[in-house]
Design a protein. Structure first.
Length: 189
C-alpha cells in the first residue's frame, strides 16, 4: 500500500500538487474544529506531502497558537510552540523541526492535531511512513485529530494493527470523512 501511494504521488505534477494543497488548506481552515481550536499541532510536510508550513500565517492571523513536532530518540516526538521568528532545523529524515529553544507543549494543551500520512480511508484509518511517531504520541492525546488526504490517496480500507490510531476527520479536496465528519458533507464543498 505504501508503494502504491508513493507511485501515485510520483505521478502528480507540481501544478496539480499546488492546486490540491490550495483546496485542502481552504477546507482545513474553514472547519469548525479549526475555528474552535486555540492550539494546533501541525506537521511539516516534505516532498510530495501538502506544504503545511503555508498554514502557519493563516492560523496565526486567526489568533491560533501553532506547534510543530520535534523527533526524539526512541521514535518518540514532542510538540514545540512556533512563532513568526522561530528558527527551524532540518532533521535527518528531511523535515524541518523547531529549534530546542521553542517552548515544549504537552498533549493536554493542544486542541487539534493535523496528522501526516501517505494514505487514509473513509473511517479515518491512516497509513503512515512506518516509524510510529504519531501513533505513540496520539495515544496520550484526547483532542481532535484531522488529516489532509489527496482524493487519489483515499483508500477503501487501510489495514490496522492494535496500535494504529485512526484520525477523527479526513479532509480531501472534495469531501470530509471519518468519525467526526458531518454525514451531509461526505462530498462536495
Amino acid at each position: 500500500m505504501r508503494r502504491q501511494a508513493l507511485n501515485w504521488l510520483a505521478c502528480l505534477s507540481p501544478q496539480d500538487r499546488a492546486a490540491s494543497d490550495d483546496a485542502l488548506f481552504r477546507r482545513f481552515l474553514a472547519l469548525p474544529q479549526t475555528r474552535d481550536a486555540q492550539m494546533i499541532l501541525l506537521y511539516c510536510g516534505m516532498g510530495t506531502e501538502p506544504d503545511t508550513l503555508r498554514l502557519l500565517s493563516p492560523l496565526w492571523d486567526m489568533g491560533k497558537q501553532v506547534c510543530l513536532p520535534r523527533c526524539l530518540p526512541g521514535n518518540q516526538m514532542e510538540a514545540r510552540l512556533v512563532q513568526k521568528n522561530t528558527r527551524f532545523i532540518r532533521h535527518a529524515y528531511g523535515m524541518l523541526e523547531p529549534d530546542v529553544d521553542c517552548p515544549a507543549v504537552s498533549a493536554g494543551q493542544i486542541d487539534l492535531v493535523l496528522a501526516p500520512g501517505l494514505a487514509f480511508d473513509r473511517s479515518g484509518g491512516r497509513l503512515g511512513r512506518g516509524g510510529g511517531y504519531y501513533d505513540r504520541w496520539l495515544a496520550g492525546f484526547s483532542g481532535v485529530t484531522a488529516a489532509l488526504c489527496r482524493d487519489g490517496l483515499l483508500m477503501d480500507a487501510i489495514p490496522r494493527l492494535s496500535h494504529d490510531l485512526a484520525v477523527d476527520l479526513v479532509i480531501t479536496e472534495t469531501g470530509l470523512y471519518g468519525p467526526s465528519a458531518p454525514k451531509q458533507r461526505k462530498s462536495g464543498a
